[in-house]
Design a protein around this ligand. Structure first.
Ligand SMILES: [Zn+2]
Length: 114
């Protein structure tokens, strides 16, 4: 069985737009080169720690994820721990880009009103 290990990460910026980076699960720490305000660290063989500077409240939040969950779950959503609003998606490329398209469209429409 060939396992698909490509993942997308989408991180919200201060303007509320998501920026997407594509990484490989086995080289997950390369995400650190893509996103300056996020750090991913392998804690052990099964766990990764994701820390991010929250674009909403400007505090650092950290989350622990099981690598198996990243493979099995469709989409991992990390929210701001203060506001509960999503700021980070990790998952299959298509699912992440679909989700980001939805959000970015909402933002464009919101701007269009003003
Ligand atoms: Zn926050």
């Amino acid at each position: 069985m060939i396992l698909d290990t490509s993942l997308s990460i989408a991180l919200k910026d201060e303007l509320g737009r998501y920026n997407i980076g594509n990484i490989n699960l086995f080289k997950i720490e390369e995400a650190n080169n893509i996103f300056k305000l996020m750090k991913i660290k392998l804690k052990n063989k099964n766990t990764v720690m994701v820390s991010l500077k929250c674009p909403l409240c400007e505090k650092w939040h950290s989350f622990n994820y099981c690598i198996n969950d990243m493979i099995n779950q469709e989409l991992i959503v990390c929210g701001c721990k203060t506001l509960g609003t999503p700021v980070l998606f990790i998952g299959e490329n298509d699912r992440v880009s679909d989700r980001v398209k939805q959000y970015n469209r909402v933002i464009k429409e919101t701007y269009a009103i003003f």
